[in-house]
Ligand binder design. Structure first.
Ligand SMILES: *[C@@H]1O[C@H](CO)[C@@H](O)[C@H](O)[C@H]1NC(C)=O
Ligand SMILES: *[C@@H]1O[C@H](CO)[C@@H](O)[C@H](O)[C@H]1NC(C)=O
Ligand SMILES: *[C@@H]1O[C@H](CO)[C@@H](O)[C@H](O)[C@H]1NC(C)=O
Ligand SMILES: *[C@@H]1O[C@H](CO)[C@@H](O)[C@H](O)[C@H]1NC(C)=O
Ligand SMILES: *[C@@H]1O[C@H](CO)[C@@H](O)[C@H](O)[C@H]1NC(C)=O
Ligand SMILES: *[C@@H]1O[C@H](CO)[C@@H](O)[C@H](O)[C@H]1NC(C)=O
Ligand SMILES: *[C@@H]1O[C@H](CO)[C@@H](O)[C@H](O)[C@H]1NC(C)=O
Ligand SMILES: *[C@@H]1O[C@H](CO)[C@@H](O)[C@H](O)[C@H]1NC(C)=O
Ligand SMILES: *[C@@H]1O[C@H](CO)[C@@H](O)[C@H](O)[C@H]1NC(C)=O
Ligand SMILES: *[C@@H]1O[C@H](CO)[C@@H](O)[C@H](O)[C@H]1NC(C)=O
Ligand SMILES: *[C@@H]1O[C@H](CO)[C@@H](O)[C@H](O)[C@H]1NC(C)=O
Ligand SMILES: *[C@@H]1O[C@H](CO)[C@@H](O)[C@H](O)[C@H]1NC(C)=O
Length: 764
């Protein structure tokens, strides 16, 4: 008997469930869903989609979201993807036609605001769209019109709509461009029509075809314009595909075979996840551990905001305001702070890495800076309070972060193990420690040897060479001829022909694009050539194209320069008559470099041309002025011309940078440097000394004869064309207004010390 009753009750219960799930095609006002009964939900006629409460994670069963889902993958969520409610929450389709999500305290978490639209019923369609209907047929409100983070096939995504996930949003612009934006301010990704499609759209809309193609529709387009394909497009059957803005700020396409319960990624908008702005939060540094992005802090001057969630970013252990005057710049190699268009403008200028570091240090609001070493010579200062970092061995840039002294870099760790994760003893640690100890012992022995032998005359010459090699932080690399042959594909792509040999485009193994200059007919000994290479590369200056390496093998003498993407190196190396029409533009385009006259005059280019450049830079360093500075002080003459006149009259002090004078510079040394620079900038290459001699003169090993006047060259012609003209007295920046005024006397002090250091090292 009892058994009978139980069976009847069970039967009724099953009927009840069946009623709720199958009659759901037409949902009437006055219906309610409860988070506490998640199996009762509204499903689409074919059962593909259901709308109801789903647990947010299996680990936290008391937290729910009200979502439309496809085999438990949410594709629409009331209030957006991060809205969570407790287990006493309810979802009401009220008698007035409003949809309301109330939490356990009857607080309205979300509502559709449709009370006054004469809603008569609701329906969850097989497409996954949930609609509120007026008079039984007319759609008054729908989830496709009010998307949260997902676009389904047959959904029409128009301008004005947005997908939102946390601080990230995705939208379609009137121009037809798709954009990803952080916090409504920084557009970190955009994709538009191919520039060869010359139409202005009227009212573009984005559609996602079920076979996996994201296309743009517009009256003006004869056929839909395809924006992206999924990697499995048009494959398989019964596969649901959708486009989703994930909480990590990336827009992706996914595929899920019906009933499989699994999803696979088939496309992502931002292929390099670390380039998503703010992925690791404020001051967070994104890097890759194998292929997955991980978040760390810039240094031990920072700590995680929430050690349990490293994506929340980092905060300074000591705020900059608490250490006025003792702030310093922490250096992060192979790192950059993400900068997208909205933030550029005045904070973007051309400067070397020392200037980039320095300008941020003295800038009042500057938090961090990035110096690109990709050949553009650009420097960004980050003045906004939110900075987003990226570190990877492949990044050609160096970054600096302002911190309170002392800078405490992260201990060297495995890649991606930045900041604060526990140190564990690993099997490789012991051999590494032993090796390090051995290296240290050898170094100590070497040090002692240097200490006791450095006064021996034989050793001095050697040490000079090595000092030069060492100074060049990116010391020139010696390439084998074969290697260069391979990287230039057998000297195939000729960039042009200089008077003294051809220059070819090449790609090094690490994918750095280079220009390889093949010197011909240079009768120079191996030793001498190396010495000159060392010297050229030690003249690290923003106005010079960087020498990456060289090859000296048998009769082959080659120089490997960094290649400037914007083609300036091309012009730099091959300025010939046919190109000279372009030349006047130079002063404006932002090209850098002091060119010896013969670069342009189609004369043989020798290593003496590099001597010219060195001379100009040396003069700049000592004087703190640019060659083209024309001011009343220089009687409206070109600086180098004026400087020689003053030197001739014996007024050396007038040439030397005043800040150096104040710091009590060794006048004898400064005079020597000035004389050498005049020798180097002689118009006739034959009059310029060899680089080896220049070094001997600098070191005081060799007497310096009185230099003849460097013949003045008409402005705008070949020699000494410094493009970024600046009237600023800083030797660091080429852009006057971008140098912030030191805020206090103490930072001025730091500035001058930095300047002094720079000069000292440049003088070797
Ligand atoms: C909807 O209800 C059906 C039947 O109870 C259940 O099998 C399904 O898992 C529910 N869907 C969700 C997302 O909870
Ligand atoms: C409901 O939401 C309100 C507002 O967010 C919140 O203060 C309240 O604690 C919530 N109640 C429950 C039971 O979560
Ligand atoms: C409904 O109205 C409230 C108050 O005006 C608003 O905050 C909310 O965003 C509206 N909801 C929707 C779905 O538009
Ligand atoms: C519906 O209309 C009534 C009166 O016309 C008004 O008081 C109420 O605020 C309206 N509700 C919404 C959600 O617009
Ligand atoms: C709804 O239907 C009624 C009659 O069935 C009609 O009078 C009314 O105009 C319709 N409303 C709309 C908005 O179409
Ligand atoms: C999408 O909606 C807009 C506005 O409602 C309409 O003009 C356009 O034709 C629709 N696009 C498609 C592909 O249905
Ligand atoms: C987002 O921008 C607003 C101002 O537009 C600002 O108040 C807020 O702090 C920003 N959020 C973050 C996380 O930076
Ligand atoms: C549209 O996207 C293209 C890249 O596909 C970009 O070059 C262009 O600047 C973008 N236009 C706008 C208005 O954002
Ligand atoms: C643009 O279209 C042209 C011609 O159809 C094609 O050759 C080119 O590859 C396209 N560019 C891009 C970036 O898709
Ligand atoms: C684009 O089309 C307009 C006229 O429709 C024309 O004036 C313009 O030159 C075209 N631009 C390009 C780049 O073809
Ligand atoms: C940098 O120099 C350029 C060219 O003289 C100028 O247009 C730009 O405004 C300068 N930058 C700043 C920040 O003033
Ligand atoms: C590539 O290698 C050259 C020489 O080894 C080096 O100078 C250069 O900095 C490297 N570039 C990158 C991006 O690592």
């Amino acid at each position: 008997m009892n058994l009978h009753l139980i069976m009847v009750a069970q039967f009724l219960f099953i009927i009840l469930i069946f009623f709720f799930t199958s009659v759901s095609a037409d949902i009437l006002p006055g219906t309610t869903l409860h988070a506490s009964i998640p199996n009762i939900n509204w499903t689409s006629p074919d059962g593909t989609f259901s709308l109801g409460f789903i647990p947010i994670s299996s680990s936290n069963p008391s937290s729910y979201s009200l979502s439309i889902s496809y085999s438990s993958i949410p594709i629409w969520t009331a209030g957006g993807p991060s809205t969570a409610v407790d287990s006493n929450s309810v979802f009401q389709f009220t008698a007035s036609g409003n949809l309301q999500l109330l939490n356990g305290s009857d607080y309205i978490i979300w509502q559709s605001n449709t009370s006054n639209l004469s809603i008569s019923s609701a329906s969850l369609r097989d497409s996954g769209e949930f609609v509120l209907l007026r008079n039984g047929t007319i759609s008054a409100w729908s989830t496709f019109e009010n998307p949260t983070d997902t676009i389904l096939p047959s959904q029409n995504f128009t301008t004005g709509k947005t997908l939102v996930s946390g601080l990230y949003s995705f939208s379609l612009l009137r121009s037809g461009n798709l954009t990803l934006t952080w916090n409504d301010s920084i557009i970190y990704w955009t994709m538009g029509l191919n520039s060869s499609v010359n139409v202005s759209l009227t009212s573009p809309s984005l559609g996602f075809q079920s076979i996996g193609i994201l296309s743009l529709y517009d009256q003006r387009l004869s056929v839909p314009y395809i924006m992206a394909y999924s990697s499995d497009y048009a494959e398989g059957s019964d596969i649901l595909r959708f486009v989703k803005l994930d909480s990590d700020g990336n827009l992706r396409m996914y595929s899920s075979a019906q009933g499989s319960g699994t999803v696979s990624e088939t496309w992502s908008a931002v292929s390099d996840q670390c380039r998503v702005f703010g992925y690791c939060g404020n001051f967070g540094v994104c890097s890759y551990n194998d292929s997955s992005p991980v978040c760390g802090c810039p240094s031990e001057n920072f700590k995680f905001v929430d050690p349990g969630d490293k994506r929340k970013g980092c905060t300074r252990t000591k705020t900059i305001d608490n250490c006025p005057g003792t702030a310093t710049m922490l250096q992060l190699d192979h790192a950059l702070f993400l900068t997208y268009d909205a933030e550029l403008s005045s904070q973007d200028f051309f400067a070397g890495s020392a200037a980039c570091r320095f300008n941020c240090l003295v800038g009042d609001n500057c938090q961090a800076s990035t110096s690109l070493s990709d050949g553009t010579g650009r420097c960004y200062l980050k003045a906004s309070y939110f900075v987003s970092g990226y570190q990877s061995a492949a990044l050609p840039s160096t970054s600096f972060v302002k911190v309170c002294s002392p800078a405490e870099p992260n201990p060297p760790a495995e890649q991606g193990n930045l900041g604060g994760s526990d140190w564990k003893l690993r099997p490789w640690v012991v051999p590494v420690v032993i090796l390090a100890t051995l290296v240290a012992l050898v170094a100590l022995e070497g040090g002692m040897w240097v200490w006791c032998c450095r006064n021996s005359p034989k050793f001095r010459g050697l040490s000079a060479q090595y000092a030069l090699l060492e100074y060049a932080s990116g010391a020139p690399v010696q390439f084998s001829y074969k290697e260069l042959q391979r990287s230039t594909k057998g000297f195939k792509e000729k960039l042009g022909e200089g008077g003294f040999g051809a220059v070819y485009r090449g790609i090094l193994i690490n994918r750095t694009v280079v220009a390889v200059k093949q010197l011909e007919g240079i009768e120079q000994g191996e030793k001498q050539f190396r010495m000159e290479v060392a010297t050229i590369s030690s003249t690290h200056h923003l106005n010079l194209v960087r020498l990456i390496g060289f090859c000296s093998e048998g009769r082959h003498r080659l120089l490997v320069y960094e290649f400037m993407k914007n083609g300036s190196l091309n012009n730099f190396l091959f300025m010939t008559e046919e190109h000279s029409g372009k030349f006047l533009d130079w002063e404006h385009r932002g090209t850098r470099g002091y060119l010896a006259p013969e670069w342009l005059a189609n004369l043989p280019i020798t290593s003496k041309s590099d001597v010219f450049s060195y001379g100009m830079v040396l003069l700049e360093i000592v004087s703190g002025r640019r060659n083209f500075e024309v001011s009343p002080e220089t009687n409206r003459k070109k600086f180098s011309t004026w400087a020689f006149e003053e030197f001739d009259k014996g007024n050396v002090e007038r040439i030397v940078d005043r800040r150096l004078l104040d710091d009590g510079v060794d006048m004898e040394q400064a005079t020597r440097a000035i004389q050498i620079s005049f020798w180097c900038i002689q118009e006739q290459p034959s009059q310029r000394p060899m680089m080896g001699k220049v070094v001997q003169m600098l070191e005081g090993i060799m007497e310096i004869e009185r230099p003849p006047a460097p013949k003045p060259v008409a402005e705008g012609s070949a020699s000494g064309t410094s493009i970024n003209r600046s009237s600023n007295t800083s030797a660091f920046s080429t852009n006057a207004t971008s140098v912030p005024v030191p805020s206090s006397s103490s930072s001025l002090q730091t500035a001058l010390q930095t300047a002094e250091l720079e000069r000292a090292s440049a003088l070797v």
